[in-house]
Design a protein around this ligand. Structure first.
Ligand code: GTP
Ligand code: MG
Length: 582
């Protein structure tokens, strides 16, 4: 069997590539209760290989990108956001009129529809930003009284009398997405999981159902650009970038949107005229807090779509929390926090190195939430971010992921990065340049095996004496008395789990033992609730049978599940007894 496994490794990798194409971004959730998959043609067109960063199929400058580094992906997404505008329409029936109206201003590349409550929105991507500027110049302000109305690329489409005849040669643009932001209910996900053929298949299905799709990512970049448009009218050098799970590929539907405000360096030109300015140093905590306070008030009073602004300025990283009304996404805005952006880049890179990373992180995050190990509010419990690091460390121990030290060792001059406060964030960013062992991995365990292995790992790890170091990829003696110690990979003197207390650590341990027991005893599909459904406390009340993959995609998943079972059998011994630590 081992020989067969080796011999088939290449075809397996090929298959994974196919899976990768299928698995990312092409599952569309169009209507509640029904998960439909887009056509093969669209799959070919949408190059959404990295799970979250689709190059737009219609954008030539994007589809030609060869080196898909994090930075080029962000640059492309930002460019896409600048060329896009969000229009609220009365109903989907307005689509033709809207297209006809907008086509006067330039070529439209794509149109995406979604509904928020009863409101309909269409995100239109133009080929050129000039088209949006012209629409902005010709648009008017509504009847609402505003002391300081500001123009932005969010509009109402007011249907008035105008000629509806299409211009010569103008093709009707099909909506790239219809009802693009519908989320599956727990019941739908439960049914989806129930229909899988193995636990590995359940994990893949869960990841597919929960991950952010192309439109959701477009809207996240749009939100950042919307803010940036306002701020840049006040200050010359402001950029707003998304980061965190919206960018690193670990994000799931409705996850918060982390935004960071960055001040670009203004080049000192030797001109005769020099502007009078006021000095303010954002790396000084007091001034940063004041600045954030001013921004928060501006956002609350002047920026449309922004509601429920909360200033959390006393935290270690001061943030402004708010709700973006057009998408109903909770956002956290921080200032000049480049380490967090590079951290997202690192996590994204780890997600890119092996296709199993993101599905595994997704199921473990979901498990932690269902077991009340994590929470949406901060406290003395582990965060999703720290939990993800724990998974990455486990995968390092399985020789699936390299240590950060290795990534640093292979870094080139192009990879040198240093933050505003001098933190070295240099590491190899090009997957092609990784050592061969991380391109053609000997560990081809399936997801079920890895999930089981993860629970085994945390239930046997000696958290009382040992710490975890992603940078070295090794266990370290715990340098402090914190209950849980995971070094911050980029700032190794910091413990990202400093907040976690002993009670919460014991809870993780206890739940991991329970999880092992569940995986050992509920792994048969014969039960109504089985596999990760039990882990995630999902009940299958009725089999709706509507959540189906099309034949081609189902056969890929079947093949993958069957094959990965062949590659490694999980050492599951049903006779083992449930253990619990107190
Ligand atoms: P969800 O929002 O729960 O989906 O996960 P997330 O990864 O986005 O976590 P969160 O919103 O809490 O944090 C956003 C990002 O900030 C993370 O992805 C990290 O890049 C960074 N971050 C979060 N916590 C820490 C921390 O304790 N230390 C450092 N250096 N960075 C952190
Ligand atoms: Mg987040």
């Amino acid at each position: 069997m081992a020989l067969l496994n080796r011999a088939n490794l290449n075809s397996f990798n090929l298959l994974l590539n196919h899976y990768y194409k299928f698995a990312t971004g092409t599952v569309r959730l169009k209507t509640r209760g029904q998960i439909s998959l887009s056509s093969h043609l669209r799959q070919e067109k949408i190059k959404q290989m990295s799970g979250n960063f689709a190059d737009s199929e219609n954008s030539p400058e994007l589809s030609n990108v060869k080196s898909r580094t994090f930075e080029t992906i962000i640059a492309n997404r930002r460019d896409q956001a600048c060329r896009s505008m969000l229009v609220q329409v009365k109903s989907l029936d307005s689509q033709d009129d809207l297209q006809n109206y907008c086509a006067q201003f330039g070529d439209i590349l794509s149109m995406h529809h979604y509904q928020k409550d009863k409101e309909h929105y269409i995100l239109i991507e133009f080929k050129d930003i000039v088209s949006i500027n012209e629409i902005m110049s010709s648009a008017s302000f509504g009847d609402e009284v505003s002391i300081a109305p500001i123009k932005s690329s969010v509009f109402w489409f007011r249907k008035r009398q105008f000629t509806l005849s299409y211009k010569k040669n103008q093709k009707k643009i099909m909506l790239a997405t219809e009802n693009g932001c519908t989320y599956p209910t727990e019941k739908e996900i439960a049914n989806f999981l129930h229909n899988a053929k193995s636990i590995s298949g359940q994990i893949i299905n869960l990841y597919e159902a929960l991950k952010l799709n192309d439109l959701e990512i477009r809207l996240r970049f749009h939100t950042a650009y919307h803010l940036e448009q306002y701020f840049s009218r006040l200050f010359q050098n402001i950029k707003v970038l998304p980061f965190g799970s919206s960018l690193n590929g670990f994000g799931t539907k409705r996850c918060d949107l982390d935004l960071v405000l960055i001040l670009d360096n203004i080049q000192n030109k030797s001109t005769n005229m020099v502007f009078h300015t006021k000095s303010m140093k954002l790396n000084e905590r007091r001034e940063k807090k004041e600045f954030m306070g001013i921004l928060a008030s501006t956002m609350q009073h002047f920026i449309p779509g922004i509601h429920n602004v909360r200033k959390i300025l006393e935290a270690r990283v001061p943030i402004i929390k708010f709700n973006y009304n057009y998408t109903n996404i909770e956002c956290d805005l921080s200032a000049t926090n480049m380490t967090a952006v590079y951290m997202s880049e690192l996590l994204n890179l780890y997600g890119e190195i092996d296709w199993r990373v993101r599905p595994l992180v997704t199921v473990i995050r979901k498990w932690a939430k269902s077991q009340k190990i994590t929470s949406d509010v901060p406290g003395q419990w582990i965060t999703n971010f720290s939990l993800s690091l724990l998974v990455l460390f486990y995968l390092q121990q399985q020789h699936i992921l390299p240590s950060l030290k290795t990534l640093k060792l292979y870094a080139t001059r192009d990879d040198i990065r240093c933050t505003e406060n001098g933190i070295d964030c240099t590491f190899q960013r090009n997957l092609e340049k990784l050592p061969a062992e991380y391109k053609y991995k000997s560990n081809q365990d399936n997801l079920e095996s890895l999930l089981y292995g993860f629970f085994k790992f945390i239930s046997t790890f000696n958290f009382y004496t040992d710490g975890i170091c992603i940078r070295e990829g090794t266990v370290i003696p715990k340098p402090s008395s914190s209950a849980l110690y995971i070094t911050n990979p980029l700032e190794t003197t910091l413990n990202v789990c400093k907040n976690v207390n002993t009670y919460e650590l014991n809870l993780i341990n206890e739940k991991a033992h329970d999880a092992l027991f569940i995986l050992e005893t509920h792994n048969s599909k014969n039960n109504n609730d089985w596999g990760i459904m039990v882990l995630l406390k999902m009940k299958n009340f009725e089999i709706m049978g509507t959540l189906k993959l099309n034949r081609k995609e189902q056969s890929i998943v079947d093949y993958l599940e069957n094959y990965s079972d062949e590659i490694s059998k999980v050492d599951i011994n049903p006779s083992k007894k449930k253990k619990k630590t107190v």
